[in-house]
Design a protein around this ligand. Structure first.
Ligand code: IPE
Ligand code: IPE
Ligand code: MG
Length: 244
């Protein structure tokens, strides 16, 4: 069934690596910051489309744990845009029934951003519409290491027998605990890599790499991605039904 003509065939969880803002700006002889501003506009379009479509979970990769390596001016511009986004958009998202969650480290970001993150989660916690997850100062390796550290601590303190550790136990200690794994991971801008995004959770995700730069991605491109997903055959290691 084509995505958009009903809930059947819709992925439960779509995750997006929003890439290509810088190239979008450079092509227009604009500063990179202009690309990030246009990127925020694309976030708004895709979030509204996801609400309209009735998607359950949408994760957007906004800032990686490696993005701190960029020049301070660019990091500063990005942080400024996050502040603006939280200030301008949270009340609309709340009214749309969106529940917000921000995954990633909270130790490196400025305290005022940390407060905005916490308030956005608190003020939307009662909502039951789209789960909108921002991966912000997020790194998959760090996330897995932190979960392993927690299990190791419990074992060292004698609260846990290491022989009983299961994938589910590690999973429940990730930032994404309680969320279904992404069914579809989209990366824009033609790059074909994960860049430390949802490493554990991507075990059985379908990947879609599109050449569109993130600022040019909107509702039509999002619907086209869902449609492509609806034609994928997922096996999870087993045989397709007809051949079983
Ligand atoms: C994605 O766009 C946004 C972030 C990583 C924050 P880029 O800034 O990576 O854009 P390109 O890849 O340089 O075009
Ligand atoms: C990944 O994009 C991070 C985000 C989209 C937030 P990058 O542009 O940072 O990834 P690399 O450096 O090209 O792998
Ligand atoms: Mg990039």
């Amino acid at each position: 069934m084509a995505a958009g003509s009903g809930n059947a065939g819709l992925p439960r969880h779509v995750a997006v690596i929003m890439d290509g803002n810088g190239r979008w700006a450079t092509m227009r002889h604009l500063p990179r910051k202009a690309g990030h501003i246009a990127g925020v506009a694309a976030v708004r379009k895709v979030v509204r489309a996801a609400c309209k479509i009735g998607l359950e979970n949408l994760t957007l990769y906004a800032f990686s744990s490696e993005n701190w390596k960029r020049p301070a001016t660019e990091v500063g511009a990005l942080m400024g845009l996050f502040r603006l986004y939280f200030q301008q958009d949270v009340s609309e998202l709340r009214d749309l029934g969106v529940r917000m969650r921000i995954i990633g480290s909270r130790t490196r970001v400025d305290p005022d951003i940390r407060t905005m993150i916490e308030e956005s989660e608190l003020s939307t916690a009662h909502n039951s519409g789209l789960n909108l997850i921002f991966a912000f100062d997020y790194g998959g390796k760090e996330e897995i290491a932190a979960a392993a550290r927690e299990l190791a601590r419990a074992a060292a303190e004698g609260r846990l027998d290491p022989e009983t550790i299961t994938p589910e136990m590690l999973n429940s200690r990730l930032f994404t605990a309680g969320l279904p794994e992404p069914d579809l991971i989209i990366r824009t801008s033609g790059e074909r890599r994960l860049s430390n995004f949802l490493l554990w959770q991507a075990a059985y995700a379908e990947f879609l790499f599109v050449d569109t730069l993130w600022p040019d991605f909107g509702e039509a491109e999002f619907r086209a991605a869902l449609d492509q997903f609806s034609h994928r055959e997922r096996r999870f290691g087993a045989l397709p039904d007809a051949k079983a």
